[in-house]
Ligand binder design. Structure first.
Ligand code: DAT
Ligand code: MG
Length: 149
């Protein structure tokens, strides 16, 4: 089973969307294997978004992601990286398909509510940035035989 790093950004937390967003992933069948709230430091933000360093939106992006608490999680499931990306929708919420998380809840690219890793490699890197191995929980769900054949 694949794992991905997902984060409800400060706007999602402030707008009381934590429950709604987690519920979507749960209802889909993705399994939560790690979950916590934290406020991201500048150092962690710069590492998380390292690929964007030097771009014009980097400073506002770091200011935004450090501006309030986020809810960080690791989700596990079949094709979890792509599944979460599809559920989130396009980076710009105005371009995100209706029904996706960004398409439903967002208006601006700089307030796009949620993060999800873009590849398995990114997922492994991001999971390692936000969670220690002990914070990731291995457990069985009785419902799994009703979610996967
Ligand atoms: P995504 O979050 O969909 O993986 P990304 O990794 O390309 O998108 O960019 C990370 C975040 O940076 C994104 O969620 C919003 C912001 N961002 C990306 N491109 C931007 C742009 N052209 N202008 C302003 N903000 C941008
Ligand atoms: Mg990205």
């Amino acid at each position: 089973m694949e794992r991905t790093y997902v984060m409800i950004k400060p706007d999602g937390v402030q707008r009381n969307l934590v429950g709604e967003i987690i519920a979507r992933f749960e209802q889909k069948g993705l399994k939560i294997v790690a979950l916590k709230m934290l406020q991201i430091s500048r150092e962690l933000a710069e590492r998380h978004y390292g690929e964007h360093k030097g771009k014009p939106f980097f400073e506002p992006l770091v200011a935004y992601i450090t501006s309030g608490p986020v809810v960080a999680m690791v989700l596990e499931g079949k094709d979890a990286v792509r599944t979460v990306r599809d559920m989130m929708g396009a980076t710009n919420p105005l371009k995100a398909a209706p029904g996706t998380i960004r398409g439903t809840y967002g208006m601006d690219i700089g307030r796009n509510v949620v993060h999800g890793s873009d590849s398995v490699e990114s997922a492994n890197r991001e999971i390692g940035l936000f969670f220690t191995p002990e914070e990731i929980v291995e457990y069985q769900r009785a419902v799994d035989s009703w979610i996967y054949e």
